[in-house]
Design a binder for this molecule. Structure first.
Ligand SMILES: [Mg+2]
Length: 124
């Protein structure tokens, strides 16, 4: 099984901590963190091993739309799953337009997220 090496771009500590614990436990994932979109761009630039990005859309400094656009310019093959805010339905379409491969909405349904990750990374 390909071990997922996941960058979680999430500015809120509690959201990050929950996601990190779940992904480590359920997928044995190795986790990196970015606290804003600019950090996400820099970390994917310098860590070639990262093979998936979970991208919160609403972040300071640089939002997830802009960060995804830059990441996809530099690493077209790197999958990005957007995490969109609850109720902002326009964000899903915007996320896909920005180049995201898929999206989940907050509050995150963890089983749905795992299925999307497994599909994207071809994990059985
Ligand atoms: Mg946020």
């Amino acid at each position: 099984m390909k071990k997922p090496i996941i960058l979680i771009a999430e500015d809120e500590d509690s959201n990050y901590t929950v996601l990190k614990m779940l992904l480590e436990k359920k997928l044995s994932a190795e986790i990196f963190r970015a606290r804003n979109g600019l950090e996400a761009v820099e970390i994917t630039r310098t860590n070639e091993r990262i093979n998936l990005v979970l991208m919160d859309i609403k972040m300071p400094v640089m939002d997830g739309f802009e960060a995804t656009g830059i990441i996809k310019t530099e690493r077209k093959e790197l999958p990005v799953i957007a995490i969109t805010a609850y109720g902002l339905s326009g964000d899903e379409h915007k996320a896909l337009s920005a180049g995201c491969d898929d999206y989940v909405s907050k509050p995150i349904q963890t089983n749905a997220l795992f299925e999307k990750i497994k599909n994207i990374l071809n994990i059985t």
